[in-house]
Design a protein around this ligand. Structure first.
Ligand code: NAD
Length: 487
């Protein structure tokens, strides 16, 4: 049973690419599902001078592919209005304030304001402060801030941003977007782990040998060298998405499934994450850059458009994380992410220890592996030992698998839809809190410092492979190997 959510959302960057491609279609879906009915309003704001009618046309076009019933779309668009405004100009906030008050009155919405910052990160702090100082916050109901990534580019910049935001908002009013946390199969980690006592009981060092998280891409740097060459896989994929997935895997068991308890349980793990010194960065992390591949279409990174010829940027990172917790004593969490790899794949492989039972002359039982397939195909695969069909007794591994059906996929909300809904609902479970973000930055900063000082080797890997040999050697040093080989 869907009940109506009464809220007013202001989209900063309301004419931008993200708003048009993701945010308006997501809000439209919430409307189609009945979460938004009569008492909601959307105020768009950006630099461009647009009339309400022009803005409504922009929204109409952005939801066109999702419109089955034009009358329904028109009724939805009625709830939109627009004001041009420069976020750095204190005086122009009054214009926005009047637009918000007008929309709130028109649709009879008391309080309950969400401010979505779909603008360049340098504006996040400024907007938050002006929202408060210029009186745009509701005095009844809630005020919440949704913040696009990236949240800082280092611990110091993230902390400065957090301080700016905290001048006006409490941390529980901040909803930092990491769209990986909005993915169906990432949310499934909790269902698999806590919904099945068999996994819950075994989620520790006694049964788990290692945990592997892979976020691999086939694409190269494409047109994004300007940004990517300063970020690399470490900042683009590891600091945020990978660490947040690791949070769901490494967390303690929450007292309950509410956002406060979930964050507390994740933070218990994050706070136990070992931060590495220079020698440890070299021992536990591998950085690499893609070189040529078999296909002539694959240029080496250094020959890609806009990449400096002497770039030391990492397009691949593999590493081992360690948690100083009794649960995880001696259990490595391996992560890897990179561009120009063999396959596009986001997945988690939980490698359980092999059984010790002696079957005599048979092949010894292998490790069992629980694989959570996040992208591109949602699914779960459990690789277990079974008997091989033969006259003698021998074992082999078989796969027990489930794949998301076409219907499941059809019904899976876009991460942005889910996150906007959760923010409207006040549910912070799928948003990173400051402690989680801060820890991820401290951890990654220690690695960045070594790379910036060029005190670690920079490996090269063949485009279309799964990374450099050093990535395999990292695991081999512990007697482990990557379960997913790109096939
Ligand atoms: P964009 O450049 O397409 O849009 C930026 C918007 O900000 C425009 O509406 C522009 O008018 C507005 N703007 C710029 N300066 C302003 C000012 N001084 N005052 C008021 N408005 C101003 O950017 P985008 O791609 O929509 O990205 C927005 C945010 O979302 C960024 O933080 C980006 O990192 C993040 N993001 C975008 C994507 C994506 O797919 N586009 C994905 C993930 C995260």
């Amino acid at each position: 049973m869907v009940s109506e959510i009464k809220t007013l959302v202001t989209f900063f960057g309301g004419t931008g690419d993200l708003a048009k491609r993701k945010l308006y279609p997501s809000v439209f879906n919430l409307y189609k599902k009945g979460y938004l009915q009569e008492h909601f309003a959307i105020v768009g704001t950006a630099r461009q001078d647009l009339s309400d009618a022009e803005f409504k046309q922009l929204v109409r076009e952005s939801i066109a592919d999702f419109t089955e019933d034009q009358a329904q779309a028109e009724a939805f668009i009625e709830h939109f209005s627009y004001r041009a405004h420069d976020v750095t100009d204190a005086a122009s906030y009054n214009v926005l304030k009047l637009a918000i008050e007008e929309a709130a009155q028109k649709f009879d919405i008391e309080g309950n304001r969400i401010f979505y910052m779909s603008v360049a990160p340098r504006f996040f702090g400024t907007i938050a402060q002006y929202l408060k100082s210029e009186g745009l916050l509701a005095t009844t109901g809630y005020n919440r801030l949704m913040i696009e990534k990236p949240f800082g580019t280092s611990y110091a910049t993230a902390e400065a941003l957090q301080n700016d935001l905290e001048d006006a908002f409490d941390d529980n009013q901040l909803f930092r977007i990491d769209h990986y946390l909005g993915k169906e199969m990432v949310q499934n980690i909790a269902a698999l782990r806590f919904g099945n006592p068999i996994f819950d009981a075994a989620w520790n060092k006694d049964y788990i040998k290692n945990v592997q998280v892979t976020l691999s891409e086939v694409l190269g740097v494409e047109e994004r060298a300007g940004y990517y060459d300063t970020a690399g896989a470490l900042l683009d994929m590891i600091q945020n998405h990978t660490m947040q997935i690791v949070g769901w895997l490494a967390m303690e068991k929450p007292e309950s499934f509410n956002d406060t308890d979930i964050r507390a349980a994740k933070n218990a793990a994050f706070n136990a994450l070992k931060i590495y010194d220079e020698a440890e960065v070299n021992k536990y992390f591998v950085r690499a850059q893609y070189g040529a591949g078999d296909s002539a279409d694959f240029l080496p990174y250094l020959e890609e458009k806009d990449v400096p010829a002497d770039s030391k940027n990492n397009t691949f990172i593999a590493g081992e994380l360690q948690f100083d917790l009794p649960r995880w004593e001696g259990v490595p969490f391996y992560v890897r992410s990179g561009k120009r790899l063999a396959a596009k794949q986001t997945r988690v492989d939980i490698v359980f220890k092999a059984g010790k039972f002696n079957f005599g002359s048979a092949t010894p039982a292998q490790e069992s592996v629980l694989s959570i397939l996040i992208d591109p195909k949602g699914g779960v695969q459990f690789t277990v030992n079974a008997k091989r069909v033969s006259d003698a007794f021998d074992t082999r591994t078989i796969d027990l698998g489930w794949q998301a059906s076409a219907e499941d996929k059809q019904n899976t909300p876009e991460p942005y839809e889910r996150m906007i809904h959760d923010a409207m609902d006040g549910n912070g479970s799928n948003f990173a809190d400051w402690n989680g973000v801060a820890t991820a930055w401290r951890f990654v900063d220690a690695i960045s410092a070594v790379y910036t000082a060029d005190k670690a080797p920079l490996e090269t890997y063949k485009s279309g492979s799964m990374g450099p040999d050093a990535s395999d050697q990292l695991l081999a040093a512990n007697g482990d190997k990557w379960f997913y080989t790109g096939q």
